[in-house]
Design a protein around this ligand. Structure first.
Ligand SMILES: [Zn+2]
Ligand SMILES: [Zn+2]
Length: 256
């Protein structure tokens, strides 16, 4: 199975999986890069997975329908271009012989879902939209800090070798914030160097892995003493996970 990140807009990735004949894409905000990839590789589009309703994730869905030979799947609780198969927490999606478990991960939007691969022959895939980014997380547009903290904990509990397919290339700017939170975390420095090399070659920094995110992503490290101290210096009400998360998220919103 081939996995690629099709760049779209300024910093989106449309993830594409294909087996040489059929393809599935995740969050096609723009149809053009998908059409181009399908044409170049001679692939049939077997399905579309959607994580949430934002235009940069669904804007290309209708333009792709004429060449779609399968369903559009999306979160039941969000306004996705009709028709689509509405998904709830715990549902299974089977496509290209792969199996994905649907996880409710509200916070960025109220009905945001993620797709976590099960029964994978290689490292499992996670399509997490705008919930988890490498070294960061999505903004809270419709949900609370408490919801997002719970959603991220759900994702962080997946196997460490999980390939984390985020929908935006935000890694380097997120890493500047991560370094401000945890100046003594050597893994942040080493990973930053690797990401800078990737970007200088115009390559994605993604997918990441959950093991790496657990080591460097401050939003998954709300129980680490250094992260707690930094959050408390930036207004965290107490040392509980949700309070630390909320303070980090607000600090990040104004971090330059
Ligand atoms: Zn979004
Ligand atoms: Zn987005």
């Amino acid at each position: 199975m081939n996995l690629s990140a099709l760049p779209a807009f300024a910093d989106n990735y449309i993830w594409m999986l294909h087996d040489g004949t059929q393809a599935v894409v995740v969050d096609p905000g723009d149809a053009a890069p998908v059409q181009q990839a399908l044409d170049t590789l001679g692939l049939q589009l077997a399905g579309i997975l959607v994580t949430h309703h934002h235009a940069d994730h669904v804007g290309g869905v209708d333009a792709l329908r004429p060449r779609l030979h399968g369903p559009v799947w999306g979160p039941a609780r969000e306004d996705i271009p009709e028709p689509f198969v509405p998904l709830h927490d715990g549902d299974l999606v089977q496509v290209l012989g792969l199996r994905f478990r649907v996880l409710d991960v509200p916070g960025h939007t109220a009905g945001h879902i993620a797709y976590a691969q099960e029964g994978a022959a290689e490292a499992p895939l996670l399509f997490c939209g705008d919930t988890l980014f490498s070294a960061g997380c999505g903004r809270l547009f419709e949900g609370t800090a408490e919801q997002m903290h719970t959603s991220l904990a759900k994702l962080a509990a997946l196997p460490g070798d999980t390939r984390v397919c985020c929908a935006h290339e935000y890694t380097l700017s997120n890493l500047r914030f991560a370094a401000a939170v945890e100046a003594d975390n050597a893994e942040i420095g080493a990973y930053t160097e690797w990401c800078e090399t990737q970007r200088s070659r115009k390559q994605p920094t993604l997918p990441s892995t959950l093991a790496r995110e657990r080591a460097i992503n401050p939003f998954l490290r709300c129980g680490e003493p250094a992260v707690v101290r930094a959050a408390q210096a930036h207004g965290a009400a107490d040392d509980s996970g949700p309070a630390v998360f909320a303070a980090l998220r607000e600090w990040k919103n104004v971090f330059r």
